[in-house]
Design a protein around this ligand. Structure first.
Ligand code: B12
Ligand code: SF4
Ligand code: SF4
Length: 319
């Protein structure tokens, strides 16, 4: 049985993925950048990125039998979010808690992964004996594979940006032994002279265009890092309590092209509607578990969310 790339892409569209491209698992062109990034300590406590480096640089080592990688984009954008209606102005500190858009709906890992599995099943029905799925988990250099599959360019904020779409999407991939025809890489850089994302970062986390010191990124500080948030950074969090959207919000490609997701499960659930600064201080473990176990907020846990609220509501002291 054979399947064409067009049939795979049509199935991806039926599953509400907004784009699909195909590349191979050959070594990435930017392995040296990854080594330099890790050596400079920009991964902080994300030790898994060091452990996965060899496979990120050479994706053939991820799934030995793979001959092609099917890459999909999963739009999570929704205009109405928890941060709307709370007087967010010019990205400055506000009184309400701000949750990054990608985390306002159901747990995205499950939502993207479930539909990715259906696409993998389609490949199996059409002759694949290997069709392994990855979405934000595993040693996959997702943005580079997506760029190579023709889906967009890597912007100065390090996001994969797609013309006519922007960057409000997750990336998923399927490593398969099907020999599918490959797409051409997306070669141009559409950022031009724009530097909006670099200028907008509240913590100054960009060392240079396309190089992010993750240890200064609010997303890392509120989700990945354990332990306290250093005072110098805590004072700059601008009300973000889980993740951060500042370098995506200002991107002209998002401002012009973002369109609401067709995936119901990504719609905002109002996890923190009406939450005041003491919201988590009053809560015990049982209540946190009951209300947040199936949301992205479960990752930092109750202690982490208390820490995030304290930091996000603290004031900057260095002017
Ligand atoms: C670790 C991680 C983080 C870290 C570090 C982020 C970073 N920029 O490195 C932290 C916790 C800070 C983070 C934050 C966020 N993340 Co994150 N994160 C990842 C993860 C797991 C690994 C990324 C990684 O390897 N970083 C190491 C650096 C060195 O690699 P890289 O940024 O991919 O850069 C490579 C290329 O850019 C290339 N390169 C360098 N220069 C050039 C130049 C050119 C021209 C080209 C072509 C390539 C190239 O070389 C690098 C090495 O391979 C990926 C999932 C995955 N498996 O890839 C998700 C992922 C990148 N994150 C994602 C998201 C959504 C976010 C947030 C928006 C969430 C939020 N709202 O808070 C923020 C955005 C912050 C930002 N500006 O990046 C999405 C991005 C989707 C997209 N449109 O690009 C991903 C792909 C998850 C997913 N499956 O959807 N994240
Ligand atoms: S997510 Fe926020 S803190 Fe992180 S790099 Fe982007 S603007 Fe800076
Ligand atoms: S804000 Fe400007 S520089 Fe940054 S990713 Fe978007 S277009 Fe590129």
């Amino acid at each position: 049985m054979t399947v064409t790339p067009d049939q795979v892409k049509a199935r991806a569209r039926e599953l509400d993925f907004i784009a699909c491209g195909i590349t191979d698992p050959s070594p990435t062109a930017h392995g040296a950048e990854l080594d330099r990034w890790l050596a400079r300590g920009y991964a902080g406590t994300m030790r898994y990125l060091h452990r996965q480096a060899r496979r990120r640089k050479d994706p053939r080592a991820i799934v030995a039998e793979a001959r092609a990688v099917v890459v999909v984009l999963d739009n999570y954008y929704e205009e109405k979010g928890e941060r709307d209606g709370q007087g967010v102005e010019g990205g400055r500190a506000q009184s309400g808690p701000k949750v990054a858009k990608y985390a306002q709906g159901d747990d995205y890992h499950a939502v993207t992964h479930g539909r990715l599995e259906k696409l993998a099943e389609f490949l199996r029905q059409n002759g694949a004996t290997v069709a392994r799925t990855y979405a934000d988990a595993g040693p996959v250099p997702e943005r580079e594979l997506a760029q190579r599959a023709g889906l967009g360019w890597i912007g100065k904020n390090t996001m994969l940006v797609r013309p006519g779409v922007g960057s409000w999407f997750f990336i998923g991939s399927i490593f398969t032994d099907l020999a599918l025809a490959l797409d051409s890489p997306f070669e141009s850089d559409r950022c031009g002279s724009c530097t909006r994302c670099l200028d907008a970062c509240p913590t100054g986390a960009f060392v240079e265009p396309r190089v992010l010191d993750a240890t200064r990124c609010i997303s890392y500080l509120t989700i990945e890092q354990k332990g306290p948030i250093a005072g110098e950074l805590a004072g700059r969090m601008d009300g973000w309590v889980f993740g951060c959207d500042a370098c995506n919000d200002v991107c002209p490609w998002n401002q012009r092209f973002a369109a609401p997701t067709a995936v119901e499960a990504f719609r905002p659930r109002g996890h923190l509607d009406g939450a005041d600064p003491d919201f988590f201080e009053r809560m015990d473990d049982a209540e946190f578990e009951r209300r947040f176990a199936r949301t992205p907020l479960a990752r930092p846990g109750l202690a982490g969310m208390r820490r995030n609220f304290r930091a996000a509501f603290s004031r900057r002291t260095d002017g």
